[in-house]
Design a binder for this molecule. Structure first.
Ligand code: DHK
Length: 149
């Protein structure tokens, strides 16, 4: 199985570090990408790391992952709670999907408690801060190793 993983980020996550730091912390998305890159290097995984405020771009990256990737970690941000289109795209992807939320969405407003993406995700990590991305990569690594045995 391919050792390429995609880490995909939805709307407003470009403002990580500046946006509501009491909820999302002080690390920027560039900090998160740097940490993901260094963990992937350690685990001998290749990484594509993307963020968009546009739903269709996230869908296009999932389609690209169908052809190339062994797993996807995705923080769909607000699209988590609204996007049947992202769920449908993930349902076309056959390898593992890990859903990541920086905050514990279940401690927050009721509208954040429902996730379309959870209908497809193999695991969900919420409330671990930006460390959630690293936990997701470690899980994808484990699943990729198991699948290649
Ligand atoms: C990020 C967002 O932007 C919100 O819309 C989600 C998620 C939660 C997060 O915790 O990473 O509700």
């Amino acid at each position: 199985m391919t050792r390429l993983v995609f880490v995909l980020n939805g709307p407003n996550l470009n403002l990580l570090g500046k946006r509501q730091p009491h909820i999302y912390g002080h690390e920027t998305l560039a900090d998160v990408e740097r940490d993901c890159r260094s963990l992937c290097a350690e685990l001998n995984l290749d990484l594509r790391f993307h963020q968009s405020n546009r739903e269709y771009e996230i869908i296009d990256w999932i389609h690209e992952a169908r052809e190339t990737a062994g797993g996807i970690a995705i923080n769909p941000a607000a699209f988590t709670h609204t996007s049947v289109a992202i769920l449908d795209a993930l349902n076309t992807f056959d390898s593992p999907v890990i859903e990541v939320h920086i905050s514990n969405v279940h401690k927050r407003e009721a509208f954040r408690h429902h996730s379309f993406v959870s209908q497809r995700a193999d695991a969900v990590i919420a409330g671990a801060g930006t460390q959630g991305y690293l936990l997701a990569i470690r899980r994808l690594h484990r699943l990729i190793e198991e699948a290649s045995k």
